[in-house]
Design a protein around this ligand. Structure first.
Ligand code: B12
Ligand code: SF4
Length: 317
């Protein structure tokens, strides 16, 4: 079983790109403790707790020699939030419109590992993660040649753009590795300028505590009053720094049924969203990546967005 065999199998399982990186402490990983020390993780305490393991994939799987990195396009045929002038439209990040990627990509990674176990003449250790483990997926994806880490901090593939989910398999097999992807941001700074809350504090450095994605998904409790206006009509996540990226101007779209927008989240209006019953919201969130914020978090965000749009909603009697 060669690296080429694994990549071909990955393609047939629905991954749009697959590359292989050495399982080592790549230089970019040294930046992580500094990022934490600057307070940029906010209340995401799990990042602090797992910092030691994140320094090197071998701290997670000691026998690891390689990291198989995958990218899956989730972009669909819908306008960008930056193309809309309607302040009454609820903005939901496009990664969250379809099925929960943890479930879908997780199952596909497992299928890839199972196939490798059948094909490999020797037994091996493997551990698969999609956003779920103490592994800096972007760093390994860059070293696997999938794409470079852009100024907006996202992994940008020269052919796929950045509307991709990443997934990794730490593996003990000494597979042939790829060359790292080269930075192609050039002199462009559109993402840094476009961020509504100035969360990209330096090229490739994001202060989560200012990022709308963090505020609407990860942050618990009230959103601080001075940060509400910047959120605009974003009710779950934010895509602005990717929407303005020239590498996404011609980004491919996925036909995979898993990522097609669920009717409940497709072109949804703030007022209509605010009027949905708890039961209705709970069932729409089931199996969706948006379940992370829960109905309560979504209601908090919708209230902020309504206030930003100066829309008053009359209670139904
Ligand atoms: C925590 C987290 C967040 C946080 C922090 C994001 C961030 N930029 O750090 C918040 C909640 C804000 C967030 C938002 C989003 N996220 Co997120 N998130 C993660 C998670 C779980 C960990 C990332 C992390 O540790 N960040 C801390 C930084 C410091 O580490 P890092 O991202 O690995 O960056 C490394 C390099 O960039 C390098 N580096 C960075 N800056 C610099 C500067 C210098 C000078 C140097 C030398 C090095 C360097 O060092 C870092 C490692 O040490 C990953 C999954 C994973 N396990 O990796 C998903 C992940 C990064 N998120 C993802 C997605 C899709 C998003 C959103 C698009 C969702 C949305 N639409 O709302 C936004 C994008 C916002 C943005 N511009 O990043 C995808 C990214 C896919 C891609 N193609 O890049 C991931 C990989 C999940 C997945 N499996 O698909 N996310
Ligand atoms: S996701 Fe939105 S708020 Fe976060 S860095 Fe990008 S543009 Fe700024």
């Amino acid at each position: 079983m060669t690296s080429a065999d694994i990549k071909a199998r990955a393609r047939s399982l629905g991954f749009d790109a697959c590359g292989i990186a050495p399982a080592s402490a790549h230089p970019e990983l040294a930046f992580f403790p500094e990022w934490l020390a600057r307070g940029y993780a906010g209340s995401m305490t799990y990042l602090h707790r797992s910092a030691d393991r994140r320094a090197d994939a071998r701290n997670v799987l000691p026998t690891a020699r390689t990291v198989i990195a995958t990218a899956t396009v989730y972009n669909t045929d819908r306008p960008y939030s930056t193309e809309m002038s309607n302040g009454g439209r609820a903005q939901i990040a496009r990664y969250a419109w379809g099925d929960d990627y943890h479930d879908v990509i997780g199952a596909r990674l497992e299928q890839l590992v199972n196939w490798m176990r059948r094909e490999s003449p020797e037994p091996f250790d493997a551990r698969a993660y999609v956003d779920t483990g103490p592994v800096q997926e972007r760093v390994y994806a860059q070293h696997a040649g999938i794409g470079w880490i852009g100024r907006n901090t996202c992994v940008i593939s020269p052919t796929l753009g950045s509307w991709t989910f990443l997934g990794v398999i730490l593996c003990s097999l000494p597979l042939e590795v790829d060359a790292p992807a080269l930075d192609q941001c050039g002199t462009c700074t559109l993402c840094i300028e476009a961020c509504p809350t100035h969360a990209i504090v330096a090229p490739g450095v994001l202060d989560s505590t200012r990022c709308i994605s963090y505020l609407t998904i990860e942050h618990r409790g009230d959103i601080p009053a001075d940060q509400r206006a910047g959120i605009g009509s974003h009710v779950y996540g934010c895509d602005v720094c990717q929407e303005v990226c020239p590498w996404n101007a011609l980004a491919p779209r996925s036909e995979d049924p898993a990522w097609q927008p669920r009717p409940a989240w497709d072109a949804v209006d703030l007022v209509a969203l605010s009027k949905r019953s708890d039961g209705d919201l709970a069932s729409a969130l089931r199996g969706s990546a948006m379940r992370r914020a829960k109905a309560q978090g979504l209601r908090r965000n919708v209230a902020v967005a309504l206030s930003n749009a100066e829309i008053e909603v009359e209670a139904d009697r």
